[in-house]
Design a protein around this ligand. Structure first.
Ligand SMILES: [Zn+2]
Length: 334
């Protein structure tokens, strides 16, 4: 029998999204829309440019549940696609957008017989508004919040972002950090390099900022925070950072301890697509800090959700069950 899993990293976009371009104008966009081809496929548009080919599981709960059944996914946690964040828009507009998307995500979950749960999005460029929307969204039924790994030049150790994370602790909200707004500019235009090269670097940057910028030292251990895509480049390059931390004082920032000290302060998902990478992740993070994350239903997601973990050689059955379901149940209080 195939073991069921809980998938903690998947995305949605609502079919009936409000027309934010008409409401706020293109100048604070580009806004995301969906061209539904009415044949089960569609195209996400960013302004007037095609962004990503998609299919109905992105917006239709029943189509999504068919995919969950086929993949033995017991529960799936959905969240915004990062292009929906609106962190570059005026904060009041981003707050309006977050609240509209959060309600639409909750409506999709309400149509799923409990199989789908959602993370909120918040206007992270303004911590007070972000805290307010988080409180509202948690009361409305969200199981946590997804944030991007930076807001322009403000990294994860930024005072406003740390204040928001403190609020997440108070609201008992789990946090998923997703890479977005990738570094690299013009050089990323070929080969989907923004996804294959820069996203893992962004995630690595996010974890590093929390460590070296003293965010983990300032925040309580109760904070439940998970980084997407296996923590990006961080687990693989931890030794390099650790060596630098010990040998050059300018690396240390204001962290009280070397980077390896903080490994029990965060979790990662399993979206690494290779058993050798998953083995490194288990060795580095521990099986109790990894959860299945698929990036479904996008083309670059895990095609058979959870199979990397189900088929991982050398993983004890106890650890396999932790990664497939138990960690997610504890992390998101499902
Ligand atoms: Zn994702």
């Amino acid at each position: 029998m195939t073991s069921p899993c809980i998938d903690i990293h998947s995305h949605f976009f609502p079919k009936n999204a409000p027309n934010f371009a008409a409401k706020f104008g293109e100048s604070s966009g580009p806004w995301v829309t969906l061209h539904d081809h009415s044949d089960g496929t569609g195209m996400m548009m960013l302004g007037d440019k095609p962004f990503r080919p998609v299919h109905s599981a992105l917006w239709d709960a029943q189509a999504r549940i068919k995919e969950l059944d086929a993949n033995h996914v017991e529960t799936q946690i959905i969240c915004a696609t990062p292009v929906m964040f609106a962190y570059d828009a005026p904060a009041e507009q981003a707050a309006y957008v977050a609240s509209a998307y959060n309600d639409l995500a909750l409506a999709m979950c309400a149509d799923s017989s409990g199989r789908l749960r959602t993370l909120a999005q918040v206007p992270l460029q303004d911590s007070a508004l972000a805290c307010r929307e988080l409180t509202r969204a948690m009361r409305a039924g969200c199981v946590g919040v997804q944030i991007g790994n930076h807001v322009g030049p403000r990294e994860m150790d930024d005072e406003g972002i740390v204040a928001f994370l403190q609020h997440c602790v108070e609201e008992n909200a789990a946090v998923l950090v997703h890479p977005w707004d990738m570094l690299g500019g013009e050089r990323l235009k070929r080969w989907m390099s923004a996804w294959t090269v820069a996203m893992p670097a962004e995630t690595q940057f996010g974890i590093m900022a929390m460590i070296l910028g003293g965010a983990f030292d300032r925040l309580p251990a109760e904070l439940r925070i998970c980084f997407a895509h296996g923590g990006g480049g961080f687990p693989y390059l931890l030794g390099r950072l650790e060596n630098a931390w010990h040998r050059r004082d300018i690396v240390r920032g204001i962290s009280l301890h070397p980077p390896s000290h903080y490994l029990n302060r965060f979790s990662v998902d399993s979206a690494v697509f290779d058993p050798r990478a998953l083995r490194l992740l288990v060795d580095t993070m521990g099986a109790d800090h990894i959860m299945v994350g698929s990036d479904a239903p996008f083309p670059l997601g895990e095609e058979h959700i959870g199979d990397l973990v189900r088929n991982q050689p050398g993983l004890t059955e106890v650890h396999r069950q932790q990664v497939l379901t138990e960690n997610a149940r504890n992390f998101f209080r499902l």
